[in-house]
Design a protein around this ligand. Structure first.
Ligand SMILES: Cc1ncc(COP(=O)(O)O)c(C=O)c1O
Length: 441
């Protein structure tokens, strides 16, 4: 272990891990879709770090914007108007499309804080106190965001904030055994019925908001079936409930459109964002609210605030990042490389006996591993990997230069959106070869 890794192990607490087993890789350089360790080994960054490095590493325009802003004015409190603060907000409201015309942005430092503040906006606007979110979801690690989480990363914060209710979102591959779906529409109808019942049981007039990850990210890249999100939107409208789309991971072209909700015929009242807004060059997140919610605070006090809300360097980075998405033709590249990724992963699903299902949209994909294709028994059970099989797959991939992360019995495939045809083919070639060995696990 390098000296740097040793020191990191000694002094840093690393996220979501038993610290004793860790062997943090020393990274010495990152460029484009690659990074290097201290022994000079080069890796494909196949998860865009934490699915946030959408423009890859070393983007000069973002770096220069950060440098220039640091020179000009590194900080001034959020109550002051400054050029990049106004411009970042204007660009983001526009980015969210015509439905958000007249809307406004509240900036935060990251995704969890964005969701925290969205919860507060929804409660303040509706005067209600219950919040719905999916079991298969991750919304952040602060206390309120943890209460939103459906998955085990919520448990540590329990008993949490009262009024947070979880529901089952669509997951056809692992639907209850009695379900016999003949079409996507069947899947949609089943899960909308479940949600509608739950809304009734919880008193629709008590529910402030339903939070959805527009495309569920780390919990499986679960792509909503046709009509599902539209149906959720209709349920919300019928009962005066706000729909919040968490686009922290799915936003900024990851799924092929500016925000993912744009592909699903749905009009959220609030969008939360973070990661791809600056691609991690500096931390930034935020909440975009529609016109009516923004206007609600015209003559009522808004009880939201952060010392670093709309930090000048974060805003400067966001302005440059949004320009870079355009200049680099990212939407078109995601369309092109997304097709290559989809075709290759579909072939991988057919070929490998350890692969139960692949799911993909844009450059956002998940491979779900099974012990047996027919029974669909997962290669690792819920909330664990006791036999270490998923960890072994990740280690084999890493040894061949393909780095990504896993969740339960799945690994994510989500390279930077700048990836070229040749780079993607090379990386997926590694994946295919490693899965030959994984089939024997
Ligand atoms: C969908 C989603 N929402 C919220 C968050 C939390 O964001 P952050 O870690 O920036 O607080 C994440 C992080 O992975 C996420 O994937």
């Amino acid at each position: 272990m390098s000296k740097i890794s040793e020191m990191s192990k000694k002094y840093n607490l690393h996220s979501w891990s038993a610290q004793g087993k860790l062997n943090p890789m020393t990274v010495t350089k990152a460029e484009g879709i690659y990074f290097w360790d201290d022994e000079g080994n080069k890796y494909f960054d196949m998860s865009s770090q934490l699915v946030n490095s959408n423009l890859g590493h070393g983007n000069r325009a973002i770096i220069e914007a950060i440098k220039a802003q640091a020179e000009k004015m590194a900080f001034v409190g959020p109550g002051y108007a400054i050029d990049v603060r106004s411009e970042a907000a204007r660009k983001l409201v526009e980015f969210a499309g015509p439905h958000f015309e007249g809307g406004k942005v509240f900036f935060t430092n990251a995704g969890a804080e964005a969701n925290e503040n969205a919860i507060k906006f929804a409660k303040a606007f509706t005067g209600r106190w219950k919040i719905f979110s999916m079991y298969r979801s991750y919304h952040g690690a602060t206390f309120g965001a943890s209460a939103l989480n459906g998955e085990p990363r919520r448990w540590i914060a329990e008993p949490g904030v009262p009024g947070f209710i979880h529901f089952d979102g669509p997951y056809a591959y692992r639907a209850p055994k009695a379900c016999k779906f003949n079409s996507e529409e069947d899947v949609t109808a089943f899960y909308l019925d479940l949600l509608e019942n739950q809304i009734q049981y919880e008193d629709p007039k008590a529910i402030a908001a339903i939070f959805v990850e527009t495309v569920v990210g780390s919990n499986g890249v679960l792509i909503p079936p046709k009509g599902y999100l539209k149906g959720v939107g209709e349920l919300c409208a019928r009962h005066g409930i706000l729909l919040v789309c968490d686009e922290v991971m799915a936003g900024f072209y990851r799924t092929g459109s500016k925000f993912a909700f744009m592909q699903f015929d749905v009009r959220p009242d609030i969008v939360t964002f973070a990661k791809g807004s600056t691609c991690g060059y500096v931390p930034l997140g935020g909440v975009i609210v529609k016109k009516e919610i923004a206007a609600h605070f015209d003559d009522r006090k808004m009880f939201n605030g952060l010392t670093y809300s709309a930090h000048p360097i974060g805003c400067a980075a966001a302005v440059a990042t949004l320009d870079e998405y355009e200049r680099l033709g990212i939407e078109e590249n995601v369309r092109k490389q997304g097709k290559l990724l989809a075709d290759t992963l579909d072939a991988i699903e057919k070929k490998h006996k350890c692969v139960g299902e692949v799911r993909h949209i844009g450059l956002f994909a998940m491979i779900e591993f099974v012990k047996d294709k027919a029974s669909r028994e997962p290669l690792a059970p819920f909330n664990g990997d006791p036999e270490g099989r998923i960890a072994r797959i990740c280690a084999m991939l890493k040894a061949e230069g393909f780095v990504t992360y896993s969740h339960e019995n799945m690994i994510i495939v989500a390279p930077p959106l700048t990836i070229t045809d040749g780079e993607l083919k090379d990386a997926l070639g590694i994946l295919d070869r490693v899965l030959d060995s994984a089939d024997a696990l």
